[in-house]
Ligand binder design. Sequence first.
Ligand SMILES: N=c1c2ncn([C@@H]3O[C@H](COP(=O)(O)OP(=O)(O)OP(=O)(O)O)[C@@H](O)[C@H]3O)c2ncn1[C@@H]1O[C@H](COP(=O)(O)O)[C@@H](O)[C@H]1O
Length: 100
Amino acid sequence: MDADTPTDEVLDELFATIESRKADLPEDSYTTTLFTHEKGENYVLEKLGEETTETILAAKDDDREELRYESADLVYHLLVLLSMKDASLDDLREELKTRF
Ligand SMILES: N=c1c2ncn([C@@H]3O[C@H](COP(=O)(O)OP(=O)(O)OP(=O)(O)O)[C@@H](O)[C@H]3O)c2ncn1[C@@H]1O[C@H](COP(=O)(O)O)[C@@H](O)[C@H]1O
């Protein structure tokens, strides 16, 4: 993924990158550390909890910049969890679409 990626393709690109990290487990990758952590999926669940708390605190503080930053951390960790559970971004899209 690079800065030229169109904004509406960012989530697909990010998810594809996460899937690629899961397959290849490159050493210099934060995503690899999530897939290989000794705590297993519990570590990603902990990170999701932390990022959720940080997002809530940013909202409570009315800190829009921090809210944007923590929301991005939260979505990234959620996508890693979906990948870890062999779910896909399309699964998420389809579920959201059923609610229209
Ligand atoms: N979008 C993200 C992304 N969002 C958040 N993070 C990481 O999530 C972590 C958030 O942890 P914390 O908020 O707790 O901050 P921290 O103090 O650094 O965390 P810890 O040391 O406690 O783990 C940070 O290390 C961030 O770098 C991300 N790491 C990677 N990506 C993207 O994932 C793709 C693959 O990245 P790599 O796997 O690193 O190649 C690339 O496109 C990246 O841009």
